[in-house]
Design a protein around this ligand. Sequence first.
Ligand code: FAD
Ligand code: SIN
Length: 531
Amino acid sequence: MTDFRYDVLIIGSGAAGLTAALKLAPHLRIALLSKSTLKQGATYLAQGGIAGVLNEQDSIESHVQDTLIAGDGLCDEEAVRFTVSNSQNAIGWLIDQGVPFTREANDTGDWNYHLTREGGHSQRRIIHAADETGKAVSNTLTDLVRAQPNIDIFEHHLAVDLVIEKQPKRHTIGAYILDLDKSRVDLFLAKHTILATGGASKAYLYSSNPQGASGDGIAIAWRAGCRVANMEFNQFHPTILYHPLAYSFLITEAVRGEGGKLLRPDGSRFMDDYDARAELAPRDVVARAIDGEMKRLGSDFVYLDISHKSPEFIEEHFPNIKARCLELGIDITRQPIPVVPSAHYTCGGVMVDQAGRTDLPGLYAIGENSFTGLHGANRMASNSLLECLVYAQSASEAILAINARTPEPSFEFEWDESRVTVSDEDVVVSHNWEELRRVMWDYVGIVRSDKQLNRAKARIALIRQEVAEHYGQYKISGDLLELRNLIVVSELIIQSALKRKESRGLHYTLDYPEMADTPENTVLTPTHVTR
Ligand code: FAD
Ligand code: SIN
């Protein structure tokens, strides 16, 4: 057993964690953790880009209004204004770090950044690096983090739970971390801890997300006593490639932004029947329309067609998608792409203020695991990387402002493994992992009802019981910890969905198809912790 001491412990190395690490490193000693490699998060997979007010045709007001409309009455306008107002700075910082965003020559021969368009945006305002924006951001920031002497990097280190000082203040002073290579739990002590663990979309069987999107930060914060909000708003991306050999491959919304059309299997268009904005309606509308068409026609997919654009245009804007599809025998310059919706983004999360502060002193949450109020009932495309950057900055500023007055933490190591053994039945984990994600997909998906939600609740309670017994008897493993967290977030999603007696944004229920007059967040307060 070893203990590690830092000023700041950052759990997660996506856009949020990397940005915070780089902002803090000139001043403080940082531990930056990833349960996998540094680049294995949703950030690396981001295709479309980052939304921001970046030219004179656009305005802060327009970006704010689009976000509020997409959020269906539930955005916190202050959070929206704060985020959008900081977009230019945040993106400017990325440019200064060297992120190679796509440029184009304008009529006068000058080179500007190319801005694309996605659902819900009334303007072209999405800066991108072809169709691999996340890879460009991740590569650039990871190189910088590796070169920074004040940052110690811990890959394959998985945060299990927080270490909290006893009453009265319940200050967070670090976390128990499982070193996955050594199968050993270490104590990481820090004056400030930042959760930047990404979303929880792996609660669903079909998802665009990487394997690790198991909602760890949300579950960890909930167990420690933080409130979470709006967990019922799970965003389903409308267009994931449908192919038996392609696992979770996203077809960016920018394809629709650049003129891609959605088609029924017989080749007819359908989005006009659902919304005046057609293919550029916000994601909830498009995903529900696709789901409805697939159910009505008994079809396994619909098509997305961009083949009317020139091969040169497609190669320039979507080289990665073109190449991946071609590997699978689909030439997108000539053929439509078979697509289906799948779980993509967690709009809810750990409740934070404008500086990413949670309910517990010393604990911050930034990026997809947080709930800032920006997204409301439906996140507008490409606003999430922006949120990662803006709140990483504000949380870093808050930490720097109080660091000198924050005492060094002290704590006795308490992890006790004397009564557990190595598991001889890992099937409990693999079976329940499968079952949970299937239950969530079938009963807590795009269209919901109380009957189905209660069915899911009962099934997951049984899974929780079985996994809790396993947890108490056997040494912990990465898979077991992720499953334990997925159970927590799934229960939070169901509980929140049952509380919402209306349909709004991403939450659509057959029992309450209308929208309530007064929009309200669903705030869940833990009762298992004395606060
Ligand atoms: P992530 O990038 O997901 O990183 C999470 C980090 O936490 C990882 O390093 C992981 O290893 C670590 N971690 C998790 N749990 C633990 C633990 N217990 N212990 C230690 N480490 C842990 N948004 C946009 O704005 N524009 C886009 O174009 C866009 N495209 C997308 C495309 C895809 C396919 C996907 C899946 C998402 C897309 N999104 C996009 C959403 C956006 O990418 C994510 O919301 C954002 O990247 C989240 O960043 P993050 O830093 O919060 O978390
Ligand atoms: C996409 O490129 O379609 C994803 C954008 C996002 O999730 O914000």
